[in-house]
Design a protein around this ligand. Structure first.
Ligand code: GLN
Length: 238
């Protein structure tokens, strides 16, 4: 059994929690306090409004704790506003900026696809890792006031992308929007190594009844928790 947290400060945390509760072996914690954050082995940061989410997190003193969680190597999945919150760089932030947790080497544009009225649904080519759960070549992606990933660092791998229509192309001729970027990088720790796993998508998936992204994330948490348990056993018996 693993405990997966959903950051419940603002946004679509209830929808994520409801989908995660359908997965066997997963208990779900809505995370608002340091104790709740400490109790989980993976964390979902939902979509919503990243400025508000960052403000609430700051006011509740959660930013340093969330950064600690990030550096602990436990899997984190940020969707939409959650992805913005995890980005190293964001454009379109209000004057004076907003706190970003950072950690994911991407640059994002917060409201690239426009306002609520410009929200849309589409189908995107499913990455190999997702097919294990859904078996389909495509998946349904819902873009709500969606951000775009403009740049990715070398450790970031693109899982799926959306190609802009002619109208959507901006003057700078950004031809592609990377909408789905997992980062898999290994970092050495004093306990002998830990995996850092992320899946970040700039679209929403929780309004659909499609569970495959949640299954993929839960799988990462299971794998990481298993690895951690093995490491802990090794430390205890040495
Ligand atoms: N554009 C929004 C923001 O800046 C994110 C939208 C979303 O999460 N659906 O936070």
């Amino acid at each position: 059994m693993v405990a997966i947290g959903v950051l419940a400060l603002q946004g679509s945390f209830r929808e994520h929690a409801a989908l995660l509760r359908r997965l066997p072996g997963v208990s779900v914690v809505e995370v608002r306090t340091p104790e709740e954050l400490m109790s989980v082995q993976g964390l979902v940061i939902p979509g919503g409004e990243s400025t508000t989410m960052a403000l609430v997190a700051e006011r509740w003193g959660l930013i340093p704790l969330l950064r600690d969680f990030l550096s602990s190597g436990k899997p984190i999945w940020g969707t939409c506003a959650g992805m913005i919150f995890l980005a190293e760089r964001a454009e379109g932030t209000k004057s004076g900026g907003q706190a970003l947790l950072g950690g994911l080497d991407i640059a994002v544009s917060r409201n690239f696809f426009g306002a609520q009225i410009n929200s849309f649904e589409t189908q995107l080519g499913a990455p190999e890792c997702l097919r294990k759960f859904g078996g389909e070549d495509v998946f349904r992606a819902v873009f709500i006031r969606a951000p775009a990933v403009l740049q990715t660092g070398s450790g970031v791998e693109e899982l799926a992308h959306y190609t802009l229509t002619e109208q959507e192309k901006d003057p700078a001729e950004r031809l592609l929007h990377f909408v789905c970027v997992p980062l898999l990088c290994l970092c050495l720790t004093s306990t002998g190594g830990c995996g850092r796993l992320w899946v970040c998508v700039s679209f929403h998936q929780e309004p659909t009844s499609d569970l495959q992204w949640h299954q993929l994330f839960a799988d990462m948490v299971f794998a990481h928790a298993g690895q951690t348990a093995v490491e802990q056993q090794a430390i205890q018996s040495s």
